[in-house]
Design a protein around this ligand. Structure first.
Ligand code: UGA
Length: 424
């Protein structure tokens, strides 16, 4: 077992830290925010992320996990230093590396021969830039890129049972050491730093493009009277395609797909290249949410003081994250056009122009149209007869194909779904 420092207690860093401690590694986390450190040391998990809170408390109790506001203290005993720092989009879409650079500069005099591992999603070329930055500061630490593929909501499960591990760098021994830290049965892609960094972007770009394709096929289904479930089932059974990431909906959101797509496009442009399909995915996605907002508004055109009920604000179920959330964007677009939008989400709280409700039924009460925008399973369990009685109108626009069409019909509500023949 190894001594590990993790710098940054966001969802990637914290998941890594609690997961590594649960495997028996000795983990010290450096986190700049003193309130967050105090909360974590008290066993309070700041993330809505299944299982992380339990492992946090186990790690604190076993003594294998500790937190500090001092990055230099965090690395003192470490053999491996993982950086899991924010890399937000700059105004031009490129990734802003100022936090990462500041931490590298801060740690350079303290790293010695420790292995520095880049966990944050960083532009291709960052490993070698960071290496050059360290060398300029007379630091000889090897730098290994080990991108993460965690999904919010299932981050811990993804960390504990990854499909694969990617490690890239210019020091073969350091790469092998990082690969050996985790699941020994997991397939490992050991490569150069540029390729490791590109795998991460390529994965998110490819998945975003798949979602775009599924949504475009759903549009075609609606126009042609075909059924998207049959189309994606058929697609998914072709082993060259596979069944995942073909669920149509209001488009992709979250803190990763949109940001990483923009960053990859920016990177390509820097090299005089274009990735037209990815640019299309970004545009189709944004247009889709506008089109969905327009479709809702068309249903309440002519209604005096229209009211729209919105089920969901998070960008997907299982998280409280509303960054680039399609649900939130659609709600805000509708509210900006003068309709009252009243929303309920089991975990997320957001939206300046949106009225937040305490329950799904509250959000539906008095609504002319009910929009299902996040696929929380509990929405599917709502008593739709009660919902129908509480609504002013009778239309449910189910942007996630979540509700049981039979139950909607039994409640005498009209049901619009994505990529399905209309049933009213
Ligand atoms: C994504 C990747 O799946 C992770 O592998 C990656 O580590 C992470 O980004 C990251 O770069 O940090 P995440 O943003 O948590 O994870 O969300 P996903 O579950 O991938 O969903 C992304 C968006 O696509 C969501 O808005 C979701 O609703 C949408 N989506 C996903 C669909 O509309 N249809 C699908 O079939 C799948």
């Amino acid at each position: 077992m190894a001594d590990i420092a993790v710098i940054g207690a966001g969802y990637v860093g914290l998941t890594l830290a609690v997961g590594a401690a649960s495997m028996g590694h000795d983990v010290t986390v450096g986190e700049a925010d003193p309130d967050r450190v105090a909360d974590l040391m008290a066993g309070h998990c700041p993330l809505f992320e299944a299982g992380v809170g339990d492992l946090l408390r186990e790690g604190l109790a076993s003594g294998l996990l500790t937190f500090t506001t001092s990055n230099t203290d965090a690395v003192t005993a470490a053999e491996f230093v993982f950086l899991a720092l924010p890399t937000p989009s700059a105004a031009d879409g490129s990734a802003n590396l100022s936090v990462l650079h500041a931490v590298v500069d801060e740690l350079a005099p303290h790293l010695g021969e420790r292995v520095l591992v880049l966990k944050s999603t960083v532009p291709v070329g960052t490993n070698r830039d960071v290496t050059a930055r360290l060398r300029a500061a007379d630091c000889t630490a090897p730098v290994v890129s080990n991108p993460e593929f965690l999904r919010e909501g299932t981050a811990l499960a993804d960390f504990m049972r990854p499909d694969h591990v990617v490690v890239g760098g210019d020091d073969a021994e350091a790469i092998a050491q990082v690969a050996a830290l985790f699941d020994p049965d997991c397939p490992v892609t050991a490569t150069d730093p540029m390729s490791a960094e590109l795998v991460k972007y390529a994965t998110n770009a490819y998945l975003a493009t798949r979602v775009m394709m599924a949504n475009s096929f759903a549009d075609l289904c609606e126009a042609l009277g075909a059924d998207i479930d049959a189309v994606t089932a058929g697609l998914g059974r072709d082993h060259r395609i596979g069944p995942f990431f073909l669920q149509p909906g209001p488009g992709f959101g979250g803190s990763c797909f949109p940001k990483d797509a923009r960053a990859l496009l920016d990177l390509a442009a820097d090299h005089g290249l274009d990735v037209p399909i990815l640019a299309a995915a970004v545009k189709v996605n944004a247009d889709r949410q506008e089109r969905m907002a327009e479709a809702v508004l068309a249903e309440v055109a002519g209604v005096f003081e229209p009211v729209v009920g919105l089920w969901g604000l998070a960008f997907k179920a299982g998280t409280d994250d509303t960054r680039e959330s399609p649900a939130l964007r659609i709600g805000e677009l509708i509210a900006d056009r003068g309709a009252t939008v009243q929303a309920y989400d089991p975990e997320a709280v957001a939206g300046d122009s949106i009225r937040l409700c305490d329950s799904a039924l509250d959000a539906a009460t008095g609504a002319d149209v009910l929009v299902v925008a996040t696929e929380w399973p509990e929405f599917a369990g709502e008593d739709l007869t009660e919902v129908a009685e509480a609504m002013r109108g009778d239309l449910v626009m189910d942007l996630r194909n979540l509700l049981d069409p039979e139950a909607v019909r039994a409640a005498e509500l009209r049901h619009r779904q994505i990529g399905k023949p209309e049933q009213e």
